[in-house]
Design a protein around this ligand. Sequence first.
Ligand code: ATP
Ligand code: MG
Length: 369
Amino acid sequence: MDVPSRLGLTVEEFASLEDHLKRRTYEGTSYRFLPDYRSSLEKGTVIFEDTIIRGFPKIPRTLVLETGIPRHFDERLVAEEKLNGYNVRIARVEGDMFAFTRSGLICPFTTYVVEQMLELDAFFDDHPAVILCGEMIGPENPYTAHHYPEVASLAFRAFDIRDRSSGEPYPVKERRGWCDDHDIPQTAYLGEFDLDTATDRLPSIIDELEREQREGVVLRDPDGSSPLKYTTSSANQGDLAFAYSLPFDYGQAFTFRRLIREAFQSHEWDEEGDERRERAQALGEAILLSMTDTIETVDDGERVGEQHTVRSDPEAIDRLLDHFVEQGLTIDIESDRHENGQRVVTFTKRVQRTNDKIDAYLDGTIVDI
Ligand code: ATP
Ligand code: MG
């Protein structure tokens, strides 16, 4: 079958997408991928010579659990923990294992790391035509670092198994069973509920995640379809703090949506007086304190950027740094050392706008905002 029909598209539909596909070669294997959202195909879809790996779908969100759940689900739903890290899809294509990041790029570092961590060969021997989807989490993370007490450096947690050509998910029970069979660690299972029980129980589940500064939940139909997400206030505020530490690079796009989430949560939780004020204060601090820290850093003559630490075999780190260079990122190495045979590198991804604008404003540039 030709590529358009394998994607379920007409020749014309595929032709209108082709300009948006990018081409890369990874260790001699050539592939195309779709790095942005387009209506007819999932972002992150990858096209190899004979194989298609579907992109991971965008998960919609509800702002109000009590009304969003009955609107979205038919009868029953499964709740699992939503983890804060980076999305990875793992697939075996003609004998080679690849780990793809969200946009569909093969990440050489992640590919190396997951092959070390997981028994992937045995898994794909049993399930050759699937994509194993999960989150890479932990503090030593080249893309999205977040502290989890159970993860010292970087770990994989599966949350989905999908058919690689159709993108259809497998039922939750089946997926969890397959992962168990192969000792693949998974995101926490929080229960299966009917709709009334779900709306009753979820606030306390969220509350508990909130206290542990964890991100939230993803709810699904037990057949694996219709995912829906809901996040804790600590996740919303953590995102804001990050975005406002680099306000001119990330701040604006992040802000409105996250403020809205906080407002609806405060309403649904029936917060009163002091409680609501505490949220308001924490929200203000997440925004303002991150910005003032950044302004002060720049005023001291230092540059700001996205700092990350990674720890792995020297070879994996080399591959990661090369990968960043290939993507046109500028990386400043802050420290580079060896510990127990592994290389530990702290680096900063340089951002331009925040540094330039803050410099200019500190210098008295007159603005019309
Ligand atoms: P996108 O939806 O494009 O991935 P986003 O940053 O808006 O971007 P998030 O708000 O983080 O996405 O929510 C969706 C992401 O959550 C998924 O892409 C996946 O990487 C991650 N995730 C973490 N835990 C789970 C889980 N249990 N089930 C599904 N997705 C999960
Ligand atoms: Mg995320």
